[in-house]
Design a protein around this ligand. Structure first.
Ligand code: BDP
Length: 572
């Protein structure tokens, strides 16, 4: 799959805006059209749009519907309907015909609707959306109706993670066209720092050859068995780097019998990432990751794509001198990753596998995990900002059943992409059993918050001790991918105590001091970039308040210190 674009051979329009909405209060009878209960916005989560509690907490089926016309100029073209994400499960009907379904929110899916879409009548599009998680889904949920032991026990709604399980058509819906004769189905661009660019592609329909043009270079490749592969060199290539987003474009034309069937331009950057000893190297130079774990989360829209929020967030990252974030705990919108490409922000791209619990894992959990991981790598592998894959966050990787499971995940990613390091984010510290499969150790540690509350000096000792044990065991670079303290903006205390801005500042700066004293620590990602909405639970005061910024993106005190600290490069 490639990101839809309008080109000389392709048309594109979006089906965003106001749709009809109804909960599935009885089974059946919706696919041919229904009487709406409400109107709903696309893209958006639906949960926080309405005033009634039962809508917010609804995880069973809901239905979206809208009508659209097809312009007659597009008759004769191949027509594709694409959803950039539907969380968690989407089942799609066009004019009463079931097109198919897709599981695991956060990755795109599409259907060829050429034979179903009408040109002489209005089209009726109905989508069933469901957000029920189980032991077979990724992320897992509703673990045998048994509240998870630990900090999230008995929260409402009951999920094994704390962020609110928002649902809906949260990203754009698109209709695009290609020629019926031949079209580019997928493309992979891999680069080396000497300017070598390898491009391979898969073709739908047929074509004789692919003609590629990039930066004044033109090469041709024959299409054999529906695929082509070729390479070329950009002399004196300008490398893609942090806040230096040099980008190139390769125009790919598919040709048959002298006719141009398809034209598509793929953007890419020339850059290399690798792990050597205790360093992550970007373009041969060590890079220290300073930034945050985040969430796609904002008042009212929930996890809905909003370009203004994305722009503001990146402005704040630049202001605070961060260079990176992890897409905790699921793939973020492709539009956001594209913005990272354009701005030079480093991304650790994470599968939506948070809190996998091996007490409940089934073969179907692994199958769902492998499927969504493959979809993520396919979606993001041409984006230069994506410099590392994270296959999961905080699984019970102290249990032996986790070993074959994570081996399978690591093998899948490496088979699909050998150009990026792979990590897994553990909460099991030195008791983790799967780090042999990964290049960088990611670890979430909360001394000073969940244990040793209020005791910054003790927390620092604890952190040092844990990191030393981990390094002794794993002998790999370690990134502290989460640490921090819940903080109510405007709450002050001298001496510092939990929940105050002073405490967050002291704890975070103290943790960083320890990390920077240990040569093998290659990154500090604070939890979290901004406050975010969670399920209801006595450990959360109006959501998770570990944000350095508030939910409406204003800085807490710690930000001003981080801005200063992060202005100085970690490695000379
Ligand atoms: C970590 C999780 C993260 C939570 C965080 C917290 O990875 O999703 O939000 O704890 O408790 O364990 O704030």
């Amino acid at each position: 799959m490639i990101y839809p674009k309008r080109t000389r051979t392709r048309d594109l329009f979006e089906l965003n805006g106001i749709w009809d909405f109804a909960r599935e209060l009885q089974p059946g009878g919706f696919a041919d059209g229904f009487v709406p209960e409400k109107q709903v916005a696309v893209p958006s989560s639906f949960n926080d749009l309405f005033t009634e509690e039962e809508f917010r907490m609804w995880h069973k089926g809901v239905w979206y519907q809208r009508r659209f016309d097809m312009p007659k100029m597009l008759k004769g073209e191949r027509i594709v309907l694409r959803f950039n994400s539907v969380s968690y499960r989407g089942e799609v009907f066009l004019n009463g015909t079931r097109l198919g379904d897709h599981e695991t929110g956060y990755t795109p899916f599409e259907f060829d609707i050429t034979d179903v879409v009408g040109f002489d009548k209005e089209n009726l599009l109905c989508v069933r959306v469901e957000n029920l998680l189980s032991t077979d889904t990724v992320p897992m949920g509703n673990l045998n109706n048994k509240p998870e032991p630990g900090q999230f026990a008995g929260q409402y709604p009951d999920t094994p993670f704390d962020f609110f399980p928002y649902s809906g058509i949260q990203r754009p819906v698109m209709v695009y066209t290609t020629s019926k004769k031949g079209w580019l189905e997928s493309v992979v661009v891999a680069t080396s720092n000497d300017g070598t660019v390898n491009v391979s592609g898969k073709i739908g329909g047929g074509a004789e050859k692919a003609v590629l043009s990039c930066d004044g270079v033109r090469v041709e490749a024959l299409v054999v068995d529906g695929a082509f592969a070729t390479s070329f060199k950009i002399e004196g290539a300008r490398l893609w780097d942090v806040w230096e987003p040099n980008l190139y474009h390769v125009a790919i034309q598919l040709v048959a019998g002298g006719e141009l069937l398809d034209e598509y331009t793929q953007r890419f950057g020339v850059r290399e990432v690798k792990v050597e000893g205790n360093r992550i190297l970007l373009n041969g130079k060590p890079v220290y990751f300073q930034g945050f774990g985040r969430h796609e989360d904002f008042p009212i829209i929930g996890k809905g794509l909003n370009h203004s929020v994305n722009i503001r967030d990146h402005e704040l990252l630049k202001w605070i001198n961060a260079n990176s974030y992890r897409t905790t705990h699921y793939p973020y919108s492709e539009e956001l990753i594209q913005l990272c490409d354009e701005q030079g922000i480093l991304i650790i791209s994470e599968a939506p596998a948070v809190s996998i619990n091996f007490e409940f894992v089934t073969e179907r959990t692994l199958a769902a995990h492998l499927k969504v991981l493959a979809e993520l790598v396919e979606r993001d592998r041409n984006y230069p900002s994506v410099v590392m894959w994270s296959v999961a966050n905080e699984a019970t990787t102290n249990r032996p059943e986790s070993i074959p499971y994570f081996k399978a995940l690591s093998e899948l990613v490496r088979a699909m992409d050998s150009t990026r390091p792979v990590t897994m984010i553990t909460c099991k510290a030195e008791h983790d059993l799967v780090m042999e499969f990964f290049d960088v150790v990611g670890v979430n540690l909360y001394p000073g918050w969940y244990h040793l509350p209020g005791q910054v000096e003790e927390a620092k000792k604890d952190l040092r001790h844990t990191l030393e044990k981990m390094y002794a065991k794993f002998q790999k670079p370690i990134m502290v991918t989460e640490f921090g303290a819940d903080t109510i903006a405007g709450l002050h205390a001298l001496p510092a105590e939990q929940w105050s801005e002073e405490y967050q500042t002291e704890l975070i700066l103290g943790m960083i001091e320890v990390m920077r004293d240990l040569d093998y620590v290659v990154g500090e990602h604070i939890w979290n970039f901004a406050d975010f909405r969670t399920a209801q639970n006595f450990v959360r005061v109006g959501g998770n308040k570990k944000g350095a910024f508030t939910r409406d993106r204003q800085p807490k005190m710690v930000c001003h210190f981080l801005k200063k600290l992060w202005a100085q490069p970690r490695y000379p």
